[in-house]
Structures are given as structure tokens and as C-alpha cells.
Design a protein around this ligand. Sequence first.
Ligand code: GLV
Ligand code: MG
Length: 292
Amino acid sequence: MHLKAADSAADVIMLDLEDSCPAAEKAGARSVVIESLNTLAWGGKVLTLRINPVDSPFALRDLVEVIPRAGGHLDTVVVPKVESAGDIAFVDRALSALEAEAGLETPIGIEAIIESARALRDADAIAAASPRMRCLVFGVADYSASVNMPLTSVSGHGEADGLYPGDPLHFVYSRLIMCGKAAGLQVIDAPYGNFRDSEGLTRAAGRSRALGFDGKWAIHPSQLAELNRVFAPDDLEVERAREVIRAYEAAQEQGRGAAAVGGSMIDQASLRMARDVMRRMEAVRAKETPPE
Ligand code: GLV
Ligand code: MG
């Protein structure tokens, strides 16, 4: 799996020590993770490690074993089942100690999975809990379990449709995005569980993108092309963004703060959105043509 991941078209790889790894396998999994981080050719991908929840019997040892041996290859640590800002502060301080021990100069970032009622309530404090914070991730399966939502699909990973007249997760998504963005973080959606249902994936990813999520976890390599497509600006979006920038600049030269493009009013907010599209387009291009 690690080899396949290294060769894949994903932007970020998360090596997992938590829920995909049975309790009896944790020690062995740490060794595999260390070996993979140190030896595989990851092609410039962002590398993350999901440790176990901070109050489990495993998390502290996950950090103590992996960071000194392979922390130099890690961009972030993903902390699951975060319950409070204190959980993040704990990981922050532990990372500082382990980085110092290993002589690592670049601080490792932290991503927090928000997957309980309490975490969602305190998502603002969690997002601001450490300068290491990079991103909030939604954990749909654990969140659904935490608030007692009915299990409408086998995996519980975002396949529930039709039980509620509206999107049962709308508030959750919006709060998560608001709290993450207010702290200057990226916000990433949970994976879509049914990897054979490509239409469902397209629907779920489109909905996440429409609300402002920056990306979505993949649970299977077959989902990557579609996720990359949905979260990258398409040609029409880029063309519109260019038009907005051109029209806005022309209006400014004439001393005006607003202009019309194709019958629609545009102003500074439109310009901000257009520049964001261009920034994301450049990021996709940079990934497609990595430096020699
Ligand atoms: C992911 O960790 C989830 O619980 O959905
Ligand atoms: Mg979870």
C-alpha cells in the first residue's frame, strides 16, 4: 500500500497508525512506517502520519518511536479524535521535545481530525491551539457515531443520503470551514467510503468544494483522478477569473472600483475570488511540472 501511495497522483499521503491498524499490530506498523518514510521515493508529496488518539495507550509511543527515526521526512502529524485545544498543545510540546532530541530544524505541522460533538463545538480553539496547526480534517464516521446518527451505509464514510430533508451535515461542514479558515488553516473533508460508487464520489466531492473545503481524503487510489479534477479549477473557471482580473484592472485605470463582466457586477471581492482561482491553478500546474 505504501509503495502504491508513493507512486500515486495524491497530493498528500497519510500513513496510518490509528483505525486501519489493529491494536496488536501497532508496534509492527510503526516499524513499517519508519522504513517507508526513510526509503521510498515519495516524489515530493506532502507526508503525514496519523498517530493514535492522545489518551490511547499508543499515541505517546507513536511519537517517541517515529519522530526521532523518521521525523525529518514528515510534514505533519495527524491527530485523530481531538477533544480540546489541550490535546493539540500536548502534541505540540511533545514534538518540540522530540525535534530537539533528533536535531530536526523544520517544525513538523499538526492536522486535527474533528470527529466528535465536543471537538466541533471547540473547533475554533482547536484550530488556534498551536502555530503548528495546518489543517482541520472532518472525520465523518466517528462524528456520526459521536452524535448517534443512524448508520445508513456499510462504512459510514459520507454515503448517507435521503434520510433528512436537506444535508444532515450542512451545519457541521459550515462550522468546520468557518473555524478552520478563521485561523488561516486548510479544511479537508472526510473520504467517501464506497469506492465503487463513482457518481456518489463526484456528488460528495462537488458538495464539499462548493462549501469551501480545500480537498477531500481518498480511501482508495481509484478516487484520486476524480478528486483532483473536482478540487482543481477547471478551464471555464480560469477563463472567468482572467476576465474578471482584466476587467477590474481596466476599471481601476479609469478610476472605478466596480465593473461589469457579461452583465454581472464585479468588485474587489470578485477580484479576490479570481486571484484565488489563479493561485490554485498555478499550484496544480506546479505539481504537474515538478522542478528538475
Ligand atoms: C475518519 O477518521 C472518520 O472517522 O471518518
Ligand atoms: Mg475517525
